[in-house]
Design a protein around this ligand. Structure first.
Ligand code: NAD
Length: 257
């Protein structure tokens, strides 16, 4: 299954899952557009490395996914969007009554509202091209909840809802929209949660990983960015043409509990 001739835009892809998804799409032949809110030499170098490794065209475009105009400008600047992967995301952990409003606003803007803007800008391009795939990187927290993650859980449940609406509005066209719901993947976003959790439970790093994080993941293993990239490539394949408006969990059994 090859994605030659397709252009994929992956938001929040200078690290973690987004970068892994971009690599797997490039390995399947898609030209890729990487993105984040920074504009450093190393961001552009990531795209150059993917191009050198796979032979596809790879670009990096700076756009801040907390700003609606930037989200739409990313798609316009790319000029073509056959595959849209809404992946940019941040996290903040706090009880609701202490949750800072600016953190709530930022999480909802980056993890949910950005996908509304990019999808709105990309669908006309997909319709013109006669083919399209929207893949939203939600979370196990799009299907279940955990304490202290109110904004994240609300935004991730929200993006699962947006996925369903996108699928219904494109149901009679050769466009699909689905959400991937990862369990824990060891990326910078998860790394950043370890010190606070160590403090909160007075635990070692190893105990936080095994007894807190992977306690809810029955496989007791992190999912990998390569597995999430592979799932995205599958959703772009002909075999997945009738899969739309649904969620695929890559969570080691978390949501089976
Ligand atoms: P990460 O921190 O490695 O990556 C997040 C990406 O988003 C980075 O590239 C970052 O630069 C980008 N980003 C942040 N703010 C941005 C902004 N304002 N504009 C543009 N880009 C921005 O984290 P990750 O774990 O790879 O997370 C990627 C996605 O996967 C997120 O949506 C996250 O919620 C989701 N997810 C992660 C896990 C996990 O265990 N790591 C589990 C479930 C879901």
């Amino acid at each position: 299954m090859k994605l030659h001739g397709k252009t994929a835009i992956i938001t929040g892809s200078n690290s973690g899952i987004g970068l892994g998804v971009a690599r797997e799409l490039a390995r399947a032949g898609a030209d890729v557009v990487l993105n984040s809110f920074t504009d450093r030499d190393e961001d552009h170098a990531l795209a150059e490395r993917i191009a050198a490794e796979t032979g596809v065209t790879a670009r990096y475009i700076r756009a801040d996914m907390s700003k609606g105009a930037d989200c739409r400008a990313l798609i316009e600047q790319a000029g073509r969007c056959d595959i849209l992967v809404n992946n940019a995301g941040i996290q903040h952990v706090s009880p609701i009554d202490e949750f800072p409003t600016d953190k709530w606003d930022a999480i909802v803007a980056i993890n949910l509202t950005s996908a509304f803007h990019t999808t709105a800008a990309a669908l006309p391009m997909m319709r013109r091209a006669g083919w399209g795939r929207v893949v939203n990187i939600a979370s196990a927290h799009g299907l279940t909840a955990s304490p202290y993650k109110s904004a994240y859980v609300a935004a991730k449940h929200g993006i699962v809802g947006l996925t369903k609406v996108t699928a219904l509005e494109t149901a009679e066209e050769p466009i699909t929209a689905n959400a991937i719901c990862p369990g824990y993947v060891l990326t910078p976003l998860v790394e950043a949660q370890i010190p606070d959790t160590m403090k909160k439970y007075a635990m070692s790093r190893e105990d936080v990983i095994k007894k807190v994080m992977l306690e809810r993941q029955p496989s007791r293993e992190f999912a990998t960015v390569e597995q999430l990239g592979g799932t995205t490539v599958f959703l772009c394949s002909d075999a997945a043409a009738q899969i739309t408006g649904t969620t695929i969990s890559v969570d080691g059994g978390w949501t089976a509990l």
